[in-house]
Design a protein around this ligand. Sequence first.
Ligand SMILES: [Zn+2]
Length: 220
Amino acid sequence: MKLRILDNSDKRVSFVLEESDAGFANALRRIMANEIPTMAVENVDFEENSSGAFDEIIAHRIGLVPLTYNRKIHRTKDDCKCDGKGCSQCEVVLALEKTGPCMVKAGDFKSTDDSVQPTDPEIPIVELFENQRLKLEATAQLGFGKEHAKWQAAVVGYKNPVAGRPEDPQGDDVKFREEEFVFEVESVSGLKAAEIVEIALNELERRADEFASEVKKEVK
Ligand SMILES: [Zn+2]
């Protein structure tokens, strides 16, 4: 199996997976989209909201803002040494305080952790008119796309030029032939597209190793 990069930028990467099969290509696609931890806001505490939008609407919009994080430091709650109680490795607080008139944007958040920042400071949250106020604290944590779309790491598609049609990733008619798959990966999270590919490949390898050692145990 070989991987040949066609194009690579922070947001997008395209590559050809050679001498592989549809089963592997599909597993790689699923992991990249749904099973890589990314950072997003999970809870919002409102102290003041006199804007025209309900708390729920604003909280939903804030949840969809992609956030960067530090892969060396941050852990999912399930994986954290605090047993999910909440600590600086599994929770990050971002504070927001604005008075209108203005458009509140993702860049207005003051993060308590420098490595956790919106990927795009221009993402609009809500418009405030004269004397309207918004004051809140948002708590971000790592999660997975399979739990909620706000944690989706990337939009991933692949096509199989040999078959001459896009593979149906959900279909059962997966052909186990060795062939080529052209992948397009667009990051919709705080991770770079190439990082997403790298993490997904490592994860596939880890699972294969785990499976192999389970099989060995059974055979003994
Ligand atoms: Zn923790």
